[in-house]
Design a binder for this molecule. Structure first.
Ligand code: SIN
Length: 502
């Protein structure tokens, strides 16, 4: 007997996009929020810098945010979506405040703002100094658990989308007891986050395996701009460390941090004379990569020693502590840093209401390609994208609630093997391949080699159908890795985060 659950709306993912969407759904609708791990894990909780927003309605300032976003994205952005992003920022920050989020404030009560790369003015709000994501998520989780219409399922992973005639009808979930559950819904929202787990080093948790993107791809949904993987210039460098890398926020450069090569020489002038350390991330990461190559080294330094210890402890408490715990006193020592995977600019293609190419299926947050980031995301626009488009998805769903009813579906006869395989070797190889050939600098022959290696694993995994989180995560990792490589091969020119050496 197959277990079946039905909801009005099912949301996959417990980051900012998923939770904020859930909170904006009409409380008369029954929502199932499925999270493959613990709700506290995931990239939103790790965001340090902040959330970019012109809070006070000022057409000229909003226009500047719009222009900065397009410039950082090499003008490959979707103009309509970018307009939506910047003009609905203030209204959604207001909503966050109403949900109980506490941003840092000046003594006069006004919101504190900071600067990051690519922004021409101080428009980035933060919380807890450099603990913005964790603070926002803590307050939103408190609001979420007050809501009677939302059931939260942790450690339950969706593995396939149920669909018929290009209409999404539900998902198949592996529940905590390792059983198959058929979860039906009138509307399904993918908010499953990014892909950092396919690289050796990423600011994301390893659990970021591109699950929603791969699932959507298997269901025939359009996926775009996957070649635009953003590498954060300043991951905290620890020799031989692999996996989740501690982020040194761009806000450190926003507050005057200087990049120096291994010889202690400031170098950004060579790469972007005007913006220097505050050039957009693609420019800075590529500059660091070049500098490391020229100096035969695997890291550079970030120097913020000209600021006082008191200031640094108060403005960057998380970074200050993490570095000190690792032997670096940032008030005296240069911080060793190197670029690491950080964010996927592309993903599941959506319009400005989060609609994907499949009816009743939405995507929001990092797994979506709204087009607002173009070829490279402007700093601190990612949390903003989650709330602006999460709100739009919720409003669109609320509008159609009168059409909701029981879902009739013939459940597919999926045949699964129950094995304890963990596919560790394949995961290691995917990360090796992506870190070698799908990193900052790309070449045709390297990309072809990566395609060959990944295709072999993809074909082998597709031959079996193991009912386990390990299997689906590995299949999802190789699927998104392959799409990135294939789309990188298609784009011959260098633009934004996609840098072709040939
Ligand atoms: C950072 O603090 O540098 C990360 C913020 C972002 O990814 O936009």
């Amino acid at each position: 007997m197959k277990e079946i659950k039905q909801f009005d709306v099912v949301i996959l993912g417990g980051g900012l996009a998923g939770i904020y969407t859930a909170l904006n759904i009409d409380s008369s609708l029954h929502v199932g929020l499925f999270i493959k791990d613990k709700i506290e894990r995931g990239s939103s909780n790790l965001a340090q810098g902040g959330i970019a927003a012109e809070v006070v309605w000022d057409e000229a300032k909003i226009e500047e945010h719009f222009e900065d976003t397009l410039k950082a994205g090499s003008y490959l952005n979707n103009v309509e979506a970018t307009r939506v992003l910047v003009s609905e920022a203030g209204k959604n920050i207001e909503k966050l405040l109403n949900f109980g989020v506490k941003f840092d404030r000046n003594p006069d009560g006004s919101l504190v703002t900071t600067l990051e790369g690519g922004h021409r003015s101080r428009r980035i709000l933060h919380a807890g100094g450099d603990d913005t994501g964790a603070k926002i998520m803590m307050d939103l989780r408190a609001a979420l658990f007050q809501r009677k219409n939302i059931d939260v399922f942790e450690d339950e992973m969706a593995i396939e989308i149920l669909h018929n005639d290009n209409k999404a009808l539900g998902v198949i979930v592996i529940n905590q007891q390792n059983e198959e559950v058929y979860v039906l819904a009138n509307k399904i929202v993918l908010a499953t986050g990014g892909i950092g787990g396919i690289y050796k080093k990423s600011t994301n948790e390893k659990i970021a395996c591109g699950d929603g993107i791969a699932m959507a791809h298997r269901a025939g949904v359009i996926i775009k701009n996957m070649e635009f993987v953003q590498f954060h210039p300043t991951g905290f460098y620890v020799e031989d460390q692999i996996g989740k890398t501690f982020l040194i926020s761009e806000a450190v450069r926003g507050e005057g941090g200087i990049l120096r090569n291994i010889e202690g020489v400031r170098f950004m002038e060579k790469y972007d004379k005007e913006r220097m350390e505050l050039a957009p991330r693609d420019v800075v990461s590529q500059a660091i990569h070049r500098e490391m190559f020229d100096t035969w080294s695997d890291h550079v330094y970030l120097d913020i020693t000209h600021k006082s210890k008191e200031y640094l402890m108060q403005r960057f408490p998380t970074i200050y502590k993490h570095c000190l715990d690792n032997g670096v006193d940032i008030s005296k020592d240069y911080i060793p840093v190197a670029p690491v995977e950080h964010f996927l600019c592309g993903g599941i293609e959506t319009d400005v209401y989060g609609h994907t190419s499949m009816n009743n299926l939405y995507a929001v947050g990092e797994c979506a390609n709204t087009g607002v980031h173009g070829a490279n995301r402007l700093a601190s626009n990612s949390l903003l994208e989650c709330i602006v488009f999460g709100n739009r998805v919720a409003e669109d769903i609320n509008k159609s609630k009168s059409t909701f009813g029981k879902i009739d579906v013939v459940l597919p006869d999926m045949v699964f093997t129950h094995k304890k395989y963990n596919f560790k070797d394949i995961r290691v190889e995917i990360r090796d391949v992506m870190s070698k050939y799908g990193f900052i600098v790309r070449k045709e022959d390297d990309l072809e080699l990566a395609k060959k290696l990944l295709s072999k694993h993809y074909a082998n995994l597709k031959k079996i159908n193991v009912f386990s989180r390990y299997y689906y995560e590995t299949l999802n990792m190789v699927t998104v890795a392959l799409i990135i490589i294939e789309q990188a091969l298609e784009r011959k020119e260098s633009i934004g985060c996609h840098f072709r050496l040939d």
